[in-house]
Design a protein around this ligand. Structure first.
Ligand SMILES: [Ca+2]
Length: 678
């Protein structure tokens, strides 16, 4: 193959780098022995500067110098990172104000022309120069933002389509590894079976993507501390990084991100931190100041050695980047609180509980449908992992560690108080439910969401092999759609006896999802096939198919429009005849409500199961506001339920004013009434 070496050396890393979703980065830290006349602080607290001039940098330093102890010169994508004298001028200024410094100099392969830094044949000289200049206030280099995120989000399908067949002709370790993976993917496609392990994929990432990375090799060779922030922390440490920051942003679970980095660092004896980044991809970018404070404090209590706030972009009209006065106020308050000897905060850093994931299971875990190593979709283990994780996060919060089966880093009751494996099927004693109030359910309003519990009216048998994805009541019958590849069905059910009266089995390549009924038609979605089916309600004869661009989760009908969920916070309105999308809403409470799953339109409101929770959101169909929440915790308490057995199924009998709920593989269907909590 022509230019085969080039493919390996440049194309592979370049493709990875270019695919980065958001080119953010940050770096920082401070040593405990540093001469800090301000307050003593057992965390390195800093702002990531992402501007492009020395004057902007100095302005920011002057703003934060009294309540931070670290400055992250995080302009790796900007020309300033290629200007040695500007970098040294900024760092001189920061160090003179008692701040430690971390510098981001970009990636050597992603720039059209390598900067002076990466053109150095060895980094020994610059390490000596900067250590001589700044002493131990020079903490290290922030390098190659999100290598694991890039691996996960790369468009490997297109890449393999172009290069896959020729990879075996290149004769390099990395392309050989990719060729093996390519063959595995083709075999899996033919057999319909996911791989039993991901050792090949992990080896490629750790050995080829990280350990052969030219910049990381140089940093390691000179002994410069290498920082980055990411999502696959365990493997980043294996690949050579010294300090990883968990990314706290978007709608990711703070406790989950901390658990991933903390568990990896604890077992591999590395340092870790957290970087507070964007909640939104446009202005105002950041969460509220109160939330930013709370995120910083959670990371601190969990034992973070570094807390960094990513200050990007440089917004016009704001001399200080993207952070507002309120955000700076929150950072100062955090500093004041953690340096106040009169105050103490709960220490959540002890090794209290570990969740052990399968060996080399490089699942992104950022959403239920996240990929494994970027090559594979979620497999049959993914829902189990997600279910156990959800239980453990509820039980342990930021005290949880997430680690992996790895003979080199054993987990046992010698290093953790509690150890749980990914296929654990136990449960914790539920919180006692609040005493129900006799108030009948009123119309929800758009003020603070109302909270409902339930009153059990009756329960009925439900076929325990039904992986419920859609539930609707029509003409005295219950209709149900079930999921899983190879056992997805559409069924008509006698809701009193649970007997399946009519059954249609979907072709095995489809994972059935939500269903709804419009007149004499039943509509059924599929999960990731972008295809929906239309059946005759009486005969279950397949009438037609339709396409949609998103995943398919839940669906309902308001009498004129279909309403569809895709696992995000978005609900789509569709024309029931043409299936064209005619509108959409974002479901929100204090922030977006994601993982919206099975739906039911009831008396002018959309009821939505939130996946992996026991809660149903009651949604205003115009505004998307979650006007009320229904807590169904503990309603299905059968022992030995599979971890996938989560609440999922809402049906309403308008004629009888009966509300039914069930869950995946639940042995019961419940008829309930809602009860308002004060
Ligand atoms: Ca439903």
């Amino acid at each position: 193959m022509r230019d085969s070496k080039r493919l390996l050396k440049y194309v592979v890393p370049s493709v990875l780098v270019l695919l980065l979703l958001i080119s953010v980065s940050a770096v920082f830290m401070l040593g405990p022995g540093a001469d800090v006349p301000k307050a003593k602080l057992d965390v390195n607290l800093g702002i990531a500067f992402c501007g492009n001039t020395t004057s902007e940098a100095k302005l920011l330093i002057d703003r934060v110098k009294t309540y931070t102890n670290l400055f992250v010169l995080d302009s790796g994508a900007n020309p300033i990172s290629q200007d040695q004298s500007a970098i040294e001028e900024i760092c001189d200024y920061a160090v003179a104000r008692d701040l430690n410094v971390i510098v981001n100099l970009g990636h050597p392969e992603s720039m059209s022309q390598k900067s002076w830094f990466w053109n150095l044949s060895s980094l020994d000289g610059i390490k000596q120069r900067w250590t001589g200049r700044w002493g131990d206030k020079f903490l290290g280099i922030y390098y190659n933002d999100e290598p694991g995120g890039i691996q996960l989000d790369g468009d490997w399908t297109s890449w393999f389509a172009e290069y896959g067949d020729n990879l075996d002709q290149v004769g390099h370790d990395a392309t050989d590894a990719l060729y093996n993976i390519y063959i595995r993917m083709k075999e899996a496609e033919a057999s319909g079976l996911a791989p039993e392990n991901y050792d090949e994929e992990a080896r490629f990432f750790v050995e080829n993507v990280l350990r052969e990375d030219p910049g990381l090799l140089k940093l390691k060779a000179s002994g410069i501390t290498a920082f980055t922030s990411d999502v696959l922390h365990w493997f980043d440490y294996l690949g050579g990084y010294d300090v990883i920051f968990a990314q706290i942003g978007w709608n990711a679970s703070v406790a989950q991100q901390l658990a991933l980095v903390k568990g990896a660092a604890r077992l591999q004896d590395k340092d870790w931190g957290a970087i507070i980044t964007w909640k939104y991809t446009s202005s105002p970018y950041f969460d509220t100041a109160e939330q930013v404070y709370s995120q910083m404090m959670t990371a601190y209590q969990a034992g973070a050695e570094y807390v960094v706030v990513f200050n990007y972009p440089m917004l016009s009209g704001n001399d200080y980047g993207a952070l507002t006065n309120e955000h700076f106020g929150a950072i100062e308050r955090f500093w004041d609180d953690v340096t106040d000897k009169e105050k103490s905060f709960a220490d959540l850093s002890a090794p209290e509980a570990a969740l052990v994931l399968p060996r080399n299971y490089g699942w992104g875990m950022r959403r239920p449908t996240d990929v494994i190593w970027g090559f594979w979709g979620p497999d049959e283990k993914s829902p189990q992992v997600a279910g156990v994780l959800d239980k453990l996060l509820k039980q342990y919060g930021a005290s949880l560690d997430i680690v992996y089966e790895d003979a080199a880093y054993p987990v046992s009751l010698e290093n953790y108080t509690n150890v749980y494996y990914w296929n654990w099927t136990g449960d914790f004693t539920p919180e006692p439910s609040p005493s129900p109030s006799p108030t009948p359910s009123p119309e929800p309003t758009n003020s603070t969401p109302k909270q409902y519990t339930y009153e059990l009216v009756n329960f009925y048998p439900h076929e325990a092999n039904a992986f419920t994805q859609g539930l609707v009541f029509d003409g005295g019958y219950l209709y149900e759609g079930t999921g899983l590849y190879g056992s997805s069905t559409l069924r008509r059910v006698d809701w009193v006896t649970g007997e399946v009266l009519q059954l249609y089995v979907l072709p095995e390549q489809y994972f059935g999802e939500g269903i709804t009924i419009t007149g004499d038609r039943i509509i059924q979605l599929t999960w990731q096939s972008n295809k929906g089916f239309v059946y005759d309600k009486q005969s279950f004869a397949l009438l037609s198919e339709f396409a949609y661009p998103t995943e398919g989760w839940g669906i309902t009908y308001d009498g004129s429009r279909l309403i569809m969920s895709d696992g995000t916070s978005t609900l789509y309105y569709m024309d029931p005849g043409t299936f064209e999308v005619t509108g959409q809403i974002t479901v929100h409470d204090t922030g977006p409500v994601t993982n919206l799953n099975e739906l039911e339109y009831i008396n002018g409101r959309i009821y939505a199961n939130v996946w992996l929770t026991d809660r149903i959101a009651v949604i205003n169909p115009q505004s998307g506001q979650a006007e009320a929440w229904i807590d169904l915790s503990g309603i299905e308490n059968s022992p030995n339920l599979d971890p996938n057995s989560v609440l999922n199924g809402i049906a309403y009998d308008a004629a009888g004013d009966r509300l039914f709920v069930t869950g995946k593989l639940w042995p019961h269907l419940y008829e309930i009434k809602l009860t308002l909590l004060d």
